[in-house]
Ligand binder design. Structure first.
Ligand SMILES: [Zn+2]
Length: 206
């Protein structure tokens, strides 16, 4: 073909190739290569739909949540009887706080054994028995303001708690008392702190 052009290599053919390199000519339309589209499998589960749960403002979802996702399924595997215990925990220990101070933010309630080990929870934790909850009060999340709530539960509320713990200046732990704990072990008030090496320590204050 080239030999038919009288202008030779330095003629308009060169100009044409210059135009090409300057992208003035649209690139050839490429045929799309068919690709296998991988659609991720979405599992939509409706956990607890068969459970009887008549607790307003608190769901079984939030009472069994965990940020450690590998334990999530295990943490949501429990019985109606155990759900009833969570209901009792809310009614006895949390509703009075909500009534006085407003909406509660649940940090953690039930923890399965493996989750408790992973987060280095204490061995006999009532969290593992559906009997304890860690929470903040919306609008009074940590520090001094939340400590007022803690003090109110301790000194004024008459909530029959097993243990009340002020944890790391950030949240309140409260657990069911009798018959889930021995009478002599009920009404305990503690502070949980960490030293400079990160080792946790409970100090009983009442
Ligand atoms: Zn706790």
């Amino acid at each position: 073909m080239i030999s038919f052009f009288p202008f030779g290599k330095s003629g308009w053919l060169t100009t044409l190739s210059r135009c090409k390199s300057a992208s003035l000519i649209p690139p050839p339309i490429m045929k799309p290569v068919p690709q296998k589209v991988i659609v991720p499998e979405v599992v939509i589960s409706v956990p607890f739909k068969d459970f009887k749960w008549e607790i307003k403002n608190f769901s079984l979802m939030e009472l069994t949540k965990t940020e450690n996702r590998e334990f999530l399924d295990q943490n949501r595997n429990f019985t109606q009887e155990q759900a009833d215990k969570l209901a009792k925990l809310i009614k006895t220990c949390v509703y009075p706080v909500r009534e006085k101070w407003g909406p509660i933010t649940v940090k953690s309630a039930y923890r399965c054994k493996d989750l408790n080990v992973a987060i280095k929870g204490s061995k006999d934790s009532q969290h593992c028995k559906f009997e304890a909850i860690d929470f903040e009060v919306f609008g009074r999340r940590e520090g001094e303001k939340l400590y007022e709530v803690f003090k109110w539960i301790w000194k004024e509320s008459k909530i029959p708690f097993g243990q009340l713990i002020w944890e790391l200046n950030e949240w309140i732990h409260i657990s069911l008392g009798e018959p889930y704990r021995m009478k002599s072990d009920c009404g305990q008030v503690l502070v949980y702190k960490k030293d400079s090496k990160g080792n946790g320590k409970y100090e009983r204050i009442a």
